[in-house]
Ligand binder design. Structure first.
Ligand code: B12
Ligand code: SF4
Length: 500
């Protein structure tokens, strides 16, 4: 075949009905170092006929690779359907999976018959070298079939693995400014601009990683830990400004896992945005109280002037024992203090809490409910969020605990498609009785009702009903008493219908 070489990139759906429009920056970034290759991004969320689209792309042009990304859980369903379609139509075409799940379980992933290669870690530079080999006619298929270790191409040795490999290394980009900014102009960005109450909203990331290692989180994994890297402040401000001007963006959702790691960088970003008199507002999606508690209210006020309107904080629990057990180095009193400062600066705090931690008691959960009550200041716009039961994701510290306590891990990629929160009752967690799980599910849905303005729901009907039920919901939350309550079951059913 002739013409410019091209790569199909596939971004799978999370759940139908979630309405998520997050831009797949991990895939878009891959094009940055490959200007001579055409990229066709097929996003399952926005392409109801994605199979037809993929089939058409496979037929025409000079396609050299079919590649997909994916998180553990429901996204893997789409990924496997995609690769199955590719192999059915073009058994000769190399396929590659990257992203979080493949990076966490590379050997198991590459053992799948339809996945020829797995990219472990951050892909921009490594994919460049891999494509060089493909374009030079060095056939990685043939090399992989020799089943040597580490395999193929010195530049990406071990970071791209083929079937039969037994070792791998995690590719990391030390300096994000070394990379070109993700080439958004080469992709159709309109689907990724959500319509929210803040206007045209786009997600961005200005840093990667987190230096903390909370036991339930990816960063408790040694491969990912202590690897926080940020774009320089100048680059971050320039990027947001460029995106805002190009796509008429009113609001950015800054999805960094931990935006506040380097105080000086945050200060420069905030000053940079404030100085240009921002035409947009922004939300910070990831913050650890450990960093926030060092910031005075004057700084939060500057952030507000720079356009910051919301801040999401992983509060996790109101119980000191649980916070210690999950390695979250924060105290409930710190959260309360930060809450006050944010409210004074008119930045809306949004929290998230978790349940189902090993050893957790009702007293721990009551401490969480008590903390939520303290954070909900009457008349304020605090969003205390929900208390969500924990799914033990591979590679985390708590995952190791789960294995040690009887969790039988899926033996192949297909098995991981079922490890999702909506199947909480069926997950093989022998340390949790069915009764306890039902209780935690009821707690979750009741906590949802307790947050009438919960930012992920956006439904006037839900808000109205939740407000009307507030007195009884408060009673149930305070007493962890869900007897005879039908609303959690109704919400669960509605969510299930919307998601499945
Ligand atoms: C955006 C996001 C989402 C979006 C998804 C958007 C989408 N595109 O589908 C939404 C909001 C829907 C979401 C939901 C959830 N998420 Co989420 N999310 C993120 C977040 C914050 C950013 C992802 C991102 O853009 N990263 C930046 C880019 C540059 O990195 P990247 O995607 O990893 O891509 C790089 C490499 O991985 C690699 N790469 C990636 N794909 C490919 C493909 C190929 C072919 C190659 C060569 C390379 C390659 O190269 C890229 C460039 O270096 C991450 C945290 C994080 N920092 O990654 C969590 C994260 C991925 N989410 C996580 C979780 C747990 C969830 C939820 C389960 C949370 C919950 N409790 O409900 C849900 C449900 C997910 C599900 N199972 O369906 C975990 C994943 C754990 C796991 N084992 O999968 C993460 C890592 C958070 C964490 N710190 O633990 N999430
Ligand atoms: S602070 Fe957040 S991103 Fe960092 S390790 Fe803890 S949960 Fe993960």
């Amino acid at each position: 075949m002739t013409g410019r070489p091209s790569i199909i990139l596939f971004n799978p759906s999370t759940w139908r009905g979630v309405g998520d429009a997050t831009a797949p920056w991990g895939l878009i970034a891959l094009a940055g170092l490959l200007p001579e290759v055409d990229f066709h991004l097929v996003d399952q969320r926005f392409s109801p006929n994605w199979e037809t689209e993929v089939a058409r792309l496979l037929k025409g042009g000079n396609c050299i690779l079919a590649a997909a990304t994916g998180m553990t859980g429901v996204q893997l369903r789409g990924v496997l359907s995609f690769f199955s379609l590719v192999k059915l139509q073009r058994p000769d075409l190399p396929t590659m999976m990257g992203g979080i799940h493949a990076s966490l379980l590379p050997l198991q992933t590459v053992a799948h018959p339809n996945i020829d290669y797995v990219m472990v870690g951050e892909g921009e530079e490594v994919l460049r070298s891999f494509v060089d080999d493909l374009l030079a006619g060095r056939n990685p298929q043939a090399v992989a079939s020799t089943r040597t270790e580490g395999v193929i191409g010195a530049a990406y040795q071990g970071a791209v693995i083929g079937a039969g490999c037994t070792t791998f290394r995690h590719a990391t980009i030390d300096d994000l400014d070394r990379l070109p900014r993700p080439p958004h102009h080469r992709f159709a960005m309109e689907p990724y601009i959500g319509r929210t109450s803040y206007g045209r909203t786009l997600s961005v990331l200005t840093s990667r990683g987190c230096p903390h290692g909370c036991a339930f989180c990816l960063y408790s994994n040694p491969q990912f830990s202590s690897r926080w890297r940020g774009q320089s402040a100048e680059s971050a401000v320039a990027w947001m400004s460029e995106l805002a001007a190009t796509y008429a963006i009113d609001h950015f959702h800054v999805q960094d896992d931990n935006f506040f790691v380097r105080g000086a960088r945050v200060q420069s970003i905030v000053e940079g945005l404030a100085a240009r008199g921002p035409s947009f507002t922004w939300t910070v999606g990831g913050a650890h109280v450990l960093h926030l508690r060092k910031l005075p209210v004057s700084f939060f006020k500057l952030m507000r002037r720079a356009g910051c309107v919301r801040l999401l904080i992983g509060a996790e629990s109101g119980s000191r024992e649980i916070l210690e057990r999950i390695g979250k180095r924060q105290d409930p009193t710190d959260i309360i203090e930060v809450n006050e400062r944010l409210l004074e600066a008119q930045i809306r705090p949004i929290y998230s809490f978790i349940s189902g931690i090993p050893g957790e008691t009702d007293a721990d959960l009551k401490a969480t409910v008590a903390l939520m009550e303290k954070l909900r200041k009457p008349g304020s716009k605090v969003d205390v969020g929900t208390i969500k039961p924990l799914v033990f994701y591979p590679g985390t510290d708590l995952y190791q605990w789960a294995l040690d306590n009887g969790f039988v891990a899926p033996q192949d990629v297909a098995g991981w498609t079922h490890v999702t929160w909506d199947r909480y009752l069926e997950l093989p967690y022998p340390w949790l009785s069915q009764e306890r799980r039902r209780f935690l599910i009821k707690l979750y849905y009741t906590s949802l009702l307790w947050s009438p303005d919960y930012h992920w729901v956006n439904s006037p009907l839900f808000t109205g009903a939740a407000r009307a039920l507030m007195p009884i919901t408060r009673y149930r939350m305070r007493n962890l008493d869900f007897r005879g309550s039908l609303m959690p079951d109704l919400l669960r059913l509605l969510q299930h219908l919307a998601l499945s």
